[in-house]
Design a protein around this ligand. Sequence first.
Ligand SMILES: C[S@@+](CC[C@H](N)C(=O)[O-])C[C@H]1O[C@@H](n2cnc3c(N)ncnc32)[C@H](O)[C@@H]1O
Length: 258
Amino acid sequence: MLKKIVIKLLNIFNLAIFRKRNADIIYLEDWETLNQDQNKIFQNYQKSLESSNSKKNNNLAKFSRFYLMSQFIELAIRNSVDNDNLAEVGVFKGHSARIIHNLIQQNNKELYLHLFDSFEGLSDFGSKDKEDSVIKDDKSREEMKLFFKADAVSAVSLNELNNTIVYKGWVPSKFEKVKDKLFKFVHIDVDLYEPTLDSLKFFYPRLKEGGVIICDDYNSREFPGARKAWDEYFGNEYEDFFLTFPFGGCALVKKDKV
Ligand SMILES: C[S@@+](CC[C@H](N)C(=O)[O-])C[C@H]1O[C@@H](n2cnc3c(N)ncnc32)[C@H](O)[C@@H]1O
């Protein structure tokens, strides 16, 4: 009982108690010291964290995924021509969307960024999301769904960024708005099986050669449905360049025609 009260109290201040293990704890602070002055990826990560009001959602695993993702975004942007399209499915408060937008600006390219989200939180967990997940009960699943309900302000402020279009609605209902476009980069971050599969079905055929798809939730212990969607869509055999990240997440770079 006392332990529960202490944990709850610490939680209020965003603190937690960890049992000290030998050398296998990696601290975000270590990365910060290494990176803060010299590294433009780190600076973009921090700047976007602040401008999307997402500081509470910061952690080393996320930083590691976004560090790799930023390099893939730059690859896609450098290989793009003016008026090419980039997309994100799963925006929340806009942390990753702002990272993408800042990279477009830094590279002085005239590109369009299309952002899709319900802004109502996650959709329902299906059987593929429940099986094998560390989220075990309905109450925790409901809490998770609502945790990702972003305020309308996020959507509006993103819409104000230049060449950025926000589509509010459940996946895949708004995809038809961009059905005639091709994409150089797509970030899929909707956590669950069904919207991840719907996103792959829609965007992979519209991905340009050399274009990149990143999925944030591949190999997630909380959201195993995302990987199941990839395995189902690609049948575990990739013709393209395919890479998984150490703390979850994956990247696919579409093969050039030979
Ligand atoms: C993990 S958050 C995205 C985080 C964001 N990419 C970032 O890094 O800042 C997942 C988002 O997916 C959205 N989402 C989940 N299921 C969806 C669905 N079926 N249709 C539309 N949006 C959905 C939620 O509203 C939530 O904003």
